[in-house]
Design a protein around this ligand. Structure first.
Ligand SMILES: *[C@@H]1O[C@H](CO)[C@@H](O)[C@H](O)[C@H]1NC(C)=O
Ligand SMILES: *[C@@H]1O[C@H](CO)[C@@H](O)[C@H](O)[C@H]1NC(C)=O
Ligand SMILES: *[C@@H]1O[C@H](CO)[C@@H](O)[C@H](O)[C@H]1NC(C)=O
Length: 455
């Protein structure tokens, strides 16, 4: 990873023309270019786009975004980036793009990719210009809160038990105070605000204050419905941790393992199903079912294992979703999803039944059910799903610079689809504004569960 990043740092004269060719190439060429291993996607460093840069035209954008100039401690400062000169943002046209740590941290890195893309839209760095940063909140469709909540949790909270260390909580408290004082928040009580909390434990305290906002989450497992739900919020993919399977010609006969699962066995809540399935499947032929983490050497093993398998199991863990689904997708290993509470990214535009097999938990634990189902899927039908996986994988790819219809652009589009309902709520809120109250200090529906969580 370090070597790969270093090789990008050489400002070769011809590099720009090569880069430009790639950026403007078609989507299919783009899929081919996903050869890069995960951390290479963060290759902003060393690229020089400066002079060629065209800034995005807000009038032509799908989504106009007002973004707060939060101090760096809320965003790139968490990556040890220091401002040069007066600004709070890196110059994303050149050598100042902060690098994101690799490994499992990457799986919740959406905040990083979305913020970089917004900065690119304003600074004239390459971007499809789907979302464009505007300086005037009155002309914005949404207000983006650039707090890297997942990173804050990972950097601060894991250091000392108990899990919620004080720095992360302090940042959340500061954010709530900052927003409460802003006219952009008070305007609609935050209903037009986009808040990123992809890590299930990110924004652990502040989430209860942000219930009017549009959350971007991995699932709703740790949110009460009054705080987050499918009507107002958006489910975003995890950043996969295995490497992309470029030029995959490993079809049906080249994948000797029928069914593959690797993960932790001990799981609370819905995860009991893992144990049940283990006992059902452990003696089956051509089934790989093993318990172990995917850190370090495990990533390489999982990469090879998934590429050698026809189907990959995704079983509910201590949260309904996990990066494993996205690892299966980029390995073109047809996902078998057993997680009744899972929500799938962009399901309003993607039909997952075309490239996944989704099984109810109660069925999956019936003796023989799963194996019969899988063995009954014909080679033709498997191949159709395999081809579909190769077609859709680009929608789950986070990268900088962002490309047409990749994960960042899919998220902007999903946010754009929420804009009419945000407007409805905002206008309803203003019905009585002439009487001097915009009701910005409401609380969500009372719930004892919620109150216990908030303690
Ligand atoms: C994929 O195929 C293309 C075209 O044949 C080739 O140029 C490229 O090097 C291949 N990439 C990998 C990683 O094999
Ligand atoms: C293959 O897919 C078609 C269409 O989805 C379905 O009707 C058929 O039953 C499937 N056959 C097998 C053997 O999986
Ligand atoms: C309510 O919102 C309107 C529109 O933004 C604004 O003009 C008005 O001052 C607000 N009222 C209060 C009490 O904040």
């Amino acid at each position: 990873m370090a070597a790969a990043a270093a090789s990008c740092r050489r400002p070769l004269v011809w590099f720009f023309s090569l880069a430009a060719a790639l950026f403007f190439a078609s989507w299919y060429l783009l899929l081919d270019s996903t050869a890069a291993p995960p951390a290479l996607a963060a290759r902003g460093r060393g690229l020089r786009f400066g002079s060629s840069g065209r800034k995005c035209d807000p009038a032509a954008a799908m989504l106009r975004v007002f973004m707060y100039d939060l101090p760096p401690e809320f965003h790139f400062g968490l990556l040890d980036w220091k401002p040069r000169g007066g600004g709070v943002w890196p110059d994303v046209r050149g050598g100042d793009v902060p690098e994101y740590p690799g490994g499992l941290n990457l799986q919740h890195s959406i905040e990083y990719w979305l913020t970089l893309d917004l900065l690119a839209s304003e600074q004239g760095a390459p971007t499809p210009c789907g979302a464009v940063r505007v300086r005037d909140a009155a002309s914005a469709d949404v207000v983006f809160v650039p707090f890297f909540a997942s990173l804050s949790f990972n950097r601060h909270s894991k250091v000392v038990p108990p899990a919620r260390a004080s720095e992360d909580r302090a940042l959340q408290r500061k954010l709530v105070e900052y927003l409460a004082a802003r006219p952009e928040w008070r305007r609609f009580g935050g209903r037009d605000h986009v808040v990123l909390a992809h890590h299930p434990n990110g924004m652990l305290d502040a989430r209860y204050k942000f219930w009017p906002c549009v959350f971007v989450l991995c699932d709703f497992g740790r949110y009460p419905p009054s705080v987050a739900n499918l009507d107002k919020d958006i489910i975003a993919p995890y950043r996969h941790v295995v490497t992309n399977f470029v030029n995959d010609s490993a079809g049906y006969d080249d994948r000797p393992t029928l069914l593959y699962f690797q993960g932790a066995i001990y799981r609370k809540d819905g995860g009991f199903i893992r144990q049940e399935l283990y006992y059902l499947l452990k003696d089956e032929k051509n089934v790989h079912f093993s318990f172990g983490s995917v850190v370090g050497n495990g990533i390489e093993q999982a990469t090879q294992g998934m590429r050698a398998s026809k189907f990959c199991l995704n079983i509910a863990g201590d949260t309904p979703s996990s990066n494993r689904l996205f690892d299966s997708i980029v390995s073109h290993c047809v996902p078998i999803i057993i997680s009744d509470e899972i929500e799938l990214p962009f399901e309003d535009v993607l039909d997952y039944s075309k490239f996944c097999v989704i099984v109810r938990g109660v069925d999956a634990v019936k003796k023989g059910f799963l194996m019969n189902l899988i063995k009954g899927i014909s080679r033709e039908n498997w191949t159709r799903m395999w081809n579909k996986l190769k077609e859709v994988e680009g929608h789950f790819e986070y990268q900088y610079p962002s490309q047409n219809d990749d994960a960042a652009q899919m998220i902007w589009k999903a946010i754009a689809r929420k804009v009419p309902s945000i407007r409805l709520k905002a206008n309803r809120l203003h019905r009585f504004s002439r009487f001097g109250t915009n009701r910005t200090d409401e609380t969500p529906t009372r719930s004892s569960w919620l109150e216990n969580q908030a303690r």
